[in-house]
Design a protein around this ligand. Sequence first.
Ligand code: MG
Length: 382
Amino acid sequence: MDPETHLAPYAAHSAHSRGRQFSEPSPSLRSEFQRDRDRIVHSTAFRRLEYKTQVFVNHEGDLFRTRLTHSIEVAQIARSIARNLQLNEDLVEAISLAHDLGHTPFGHAGQEALNACMKDHGGFEHNLQSLRVVDSLEERYGAFDGLNLMFETREGILKHCSLTNAKKLGDIGQRFIRKKQPTLEAQLANLADEIAYNNHDIDDGLRSGLLTIGQLDEVDFYARHKAAAEKEFPGIAGRRAINETVRRMINTLIVDLINASKVRIGDAQLKTVADVRSASTLITFSEDVAREAIFLKRFLRENLYQHHQVNRMTSKARRIVTELFNAFMTEPSLLAPDYQIKHAEQAGNLPIQARKVADYIAGMTDRYAIREHRRLFAVDEI
Ligand code: MG
């Protein structure tokens, strides 16, 4: 049975895809995008997500989201919405599971530090790095580097891109230059990411004690859903009250996104993916809910991401990443052979060496980076 017959005509179909960089025979029992999803799940970078920070560093507690559980939540939300809009669930799942593969250890602090280290060598950006992981860093196949994913999966992974970088990326960068949209599946995965982190960061923030219920009562969106939970379950308290509130918030966001997007898709009178690319962004919240989502984001930035206790970890993370980078650049012989320059003609080429060091550091899990730092800097460690 063709797993894509039920899709809307403007959904991404394997048959109309722009294909893979290296041509391969079509899979017989699954769609091309199912194959992409499977390749991502089996990749090394995917397993590393388990020990990479979302907001809280992995060793701070067993129950906080990691990049892995975050990516699984994104995929769940994206698939629910895709099914309702008759979009390609396999493609949104593939994009969702891969969207954070290029993240450094220690979340945004790690990325900022690595970007600063790389400023004279082309910079570092986690979106671009995610694409680099699936395009070239994974070593799993005899015939090619990377995972050789479908164009639409790669395009969805590259959420943002500067014009300078877009010009270096060939096909995949074109839409940024020509100001075109990606598939609806890519637009959807992007917002599913936002729904996931806005909500789970509230949950993790409360669990950690860095956010309080008192603060959240000031956020109208939270307070309204909390009141609805209390109305249905009088006297509900503690974790159960938080969960009943957060699940209502997620539900409101998902239902609103489905309804608002349906209207916009209907108005745009789409027939094909080409129509999607030329239209405006069609997967959106309604205006009211978009405003609430922005407010929620701002609340989290001001009260959680910039909390002094998070800042302390952020500062430590910055130091670890920067010191690792400087040590490897000063003495490349400290690197494992895979990350040293192999070809004599590239010897002494700083941008090439810097990119290899950045790849090595970006691939590290939080605990590996901490361990590697200790191995290099603590005299009593080997
Ligand atoms: Mg994410």
